[in-house]
Design a protein around this ligand. Structure first.
Ligand SMILES: [Zn+2]
Ligand SMILES: [Zn+2]
Length: 273
């Protein structure tokens, strides 16, 4: 049984393997490469040194894929790899999506270079694009914020991302109800760091959301209203109970200091600092 990929790196490895077959002096390796490229409909694509490299989903989607697995290709279920690749990279780009034309042209150029005539399929080719997906931007709309956090979480689940810079001057949106514009990347990053547990009491999230994510809340140790920044060194993940305590317990300032003392990344930001 071949194992389906679960990380971005595994997909990158496969793309690299197929690319090297395309460059190989070994005829069977080159033929293998050419057939994959010629017949593919759904490709994982990465841009390296300004040029695109491609691998069809069924090849990109299995761990440590190589030519020795060639015989298994026919019986593989593309739907499984499609699902996993879509969860790693988002839905594959289609002809109506922004950026599609450049990638499809890159594909035709690649084929041309290798002397491959791509098969005509009823459906247009589609592409999963690997690489630094653009960061989510801050928003004051709570519903939109939830969606952006979900997208950021999906993107960073597989590998630890760099610490987002966050925002030191937190803007307010000008609606009738004033709200702080919060950074979904900061929320997603600390949620991932907490790995499903409250950073105050250590308990697991009390329940899971519909999407399977643990229900935890992100609290600003020095609140935004008191001039705290929207950054990872001022944000802590807590269960709903601890969150209320941190806001409303009469001892909440000593709770705040205890948190700062116990979690290395936190800093003590001054009141109205
Ligand atoms: Zn807790
Ligand atoms: Zn809070």
């Amino acid at each position: 049984m071949d194992e389906i990929v679960s990380t971005v790196e595994q997909v990158l490895d496969n793309i690299e393997t197929l690319y090297l077959y395309g460059e190989s002096t070994n005829v069977s390796e080159r033929r293998f490469h050419d057939a994959r490229i010629k017949n593919g409909k759904l490709f994982a694509v990465v841009q390296i040194h300004g040029s695109f490299r491609f691998a069809p989903g069924k090849f990109a989607g299995y761990v440590n894929n190589d030519i020795s697995h060639a015989d298994n290709l026919a019986e593989r279920d593309g739907r499984k790899t499609n699902m996993v690749l879509s969860s790693l990279f988002g839905e594959a780009l289609g002809p109506s999506d922004e950026g599609y034309d450049a990638i499809d042209q890159g594909f035709l150029d690649y084929c041309n270079q290798k002397g491959i005539l791509p098969s005509q399929h009823g459906l247009k080719r589609r592409y999963w694009v690997l690489g630094p997906a653009s960061a989510e931007t801050p928003t004051a709309d709570p519903k939109e914020l939830t969606e952006r956090v979900e997208r950021a979480l999906r993107r960073i689940h597989t590998r630890k991302p760099p610490v987002p810079k966050g925002h030191h001057k937190v803007p307010k949106s000008s609606t009738t109800l004033e709200r702080y514009v919060r950074d979904p990347e900061v929320i997603a990053w600390v949620l991932r760091e907490a790995a499903g547990n409250c950073e105050n009491c250590g308990s697991a999230a009390p329940f899971k959301r519909l999407n399977g994510e643990p229900f935890l809340e992100v609290h600003h140790v020095r609140s935004l209203g008191e001039g705290g920044p929207d950054t990872t060194d001022n944000a802590v993940v807590c269960c709903p109970n601890c969150h209320r305590k941190l806001h409303f317990d009469k001892e909440n300032d000593s709770l705040r200091l205890k948190l700062i003392a116990s979690i290395k990344r936190l800093k003590d930001f001054p009141l109205n600092g």
